[in-house]
Design a protein around this ligand. Structure first.
Ligand SMILES: Cc1cc2nc3c(=O)[nH]c(=O)nc-3n(C[C@H](O)[C@H](O)[C@H](O)COP(=O)(O)OP(=O)(O)OC[C@H]3O[C@@H](n4cnc5c(N)ncnc54)[C@H](O)[C@@H]3O)c2cc1C
Length: 335
């Protein structure tokens, strides 16, 4: 524990703990704004605490699963339902990472009066950034996984400041969703938040992405992209191919010679917190989890299939409303 003015500091700089997940909710919950987020030299977002402003309330630690010694793991398969789904809307399917389920959930949530928090690509800064969408046009930019940590801080702060009855659906990695869930429980706001997380391989360093885009821009001889697709289906769903566009110049990579995916899948450049991630092994803090449905059955599928895991009644209720949007197969049904 760090000592400060005669008291023990109770904040996330306590070095007895573990590696930061970079979810950034600590910044948003801090009542004295003692925490700011910086990008560290290794390319990960980290909190920096101003000891003079910290009141040792411990709210930052309560939002971080790395400090949760009682984190609940999911062992009971009978409490979940699993589906394999592929959108029948070809426009959505072709522009999504797997089966397009995230977009259908977002559209349904908009209809039900939710605001949607998702992750867009910022073409000016070449980073992934969280945004709040209130209509279908705005959720377009959420389509497609951006394989890096998203910059959440401003949007999470807006969410926490909104003390009205406004409903929000939040899409994010499991560590981000854990943090929001803990906040919602503590403040009795579970009822207005629907939480959707993703199967997560882990997040690579932003330094890797920065170097990679510099290399691609040189190849294309451009300064800025107008569009980036991390997992374009241009060569098929299984190919892990980037697609970049700038004015009319287009560039597509292939997995076999794509340096970004080589490092990503070699697992040498992930955030330290990802190597022993517990949040991805539990479904207790999310309503729905989404991923790619890999495996023999869809090995020849070139268009993409999503895995949908329903872990709460709210998640199930929401999904029931959109089942007709997919070619769908039930894999496991809640008893
Ligand atoms: C960093 C990362 C690692 C992943 N690892 C795996 C994996 O190992 N195995 C697997 O099966 N699936 C993984 N996924 C999920 C997968 O890429 C698809 O998101 C999932 O199959 C759903 O596809 P979709 O077609 O429904 O969604 P899409 O249309 O692709 O939408 C993706 C959703 O994820 C959100 N999102 C995009 N980028 C980020 C980000 N950086 N951080 C948080 N949220 C984001 C968007 O807001 C959107 O709602 C990962 C995703 C990310 C972002």
């Amino acid at each position: 524990m760090l000592k400060h003015k005669g008291i023990f500091m109770n904040n996330i700089t306590d070095k007895t703990v573990k590696n930061c997940t970079s979810c950034q909710l600590c910044f948003a919950v801090c009542p004295t704004e003692a925490i700011r987020i910086e990008l560290d030299k290794d390319g990960f977002y980290v909190p920096v605490v101003d000891d003079n402003m910290c009141i040792s309330c411990g709210l930052c630690k309560e939002s971080c699963y790395k400090y949760d010694e009682k984190i609940i793991m999911t062992y009971d398969e009978q409490s979940i339902s699993i589906y394999a789904v592929q959108s029948i809307d070809k426009k959505i399917l072709n522009s999504s990472t797997s089966g397009g389920v995230a977009s259908h959930i977002a559209i349904e949530c908009l209809k039900q009066g939710y605001k949607v928090i998702g992750v867009a690509y910022d073409n000016d800064r070449d980073i992934a950034i969280n945004k709040i969408a209130t209509n279908e046009k705005e959720i377009e930019s959420f389509k497609g996984s951006k394989y890096m940590q998203s910059y959440t801080e401003k949007v999470f702060k807006v969410l926490l400041k909104d003390q009205t009855d406004q409903k929000y659906v939040v899409f994010g990695t499991s560590c981000q969703i854990y943090a929001i869930k803990k906040y919602a429980e503590r403040t009795n706001q579970n009822g207005r938040l629907l939480l959707i997380d993703i199967f997560c391989h882990g997040c690579p360093s932003l330094n890797l992405w920065t170097k990679y885009v510099k290399y691609i821009k040189q190849k294309m001889n451009v300064d800025k992209f107008d569009g980036v697709e991390f997992r374009s289906k241009i060569h098929g769903w299984h190919e892990f191919s980037h697609y970049f566009i700038s004015d009319n110049i287009k560039f597509k990579s292939k997995k076999i010679n794509d340096p970004f995916f080589t490092f990503f899948f070699d697992n040498n450049v992930l955030c330290k917190a990802c190597y022993d991630c517990k949040s991805r092994s539990t479904l207790e803090y999310t309503d729905i989890r989404l991923g790619d449905f890999w495996g023999a059955e869809y090995a020849l599928n070139t268009e993409g299939v999503s895995a949908v895991v329903l872990s709460s009644d709210r998640g199930k209720g929401l999904f029931d409303n959109i089942k007709n949007k997919f070619i769908l197969k039930s894999i496991l049904s809640k008893k």
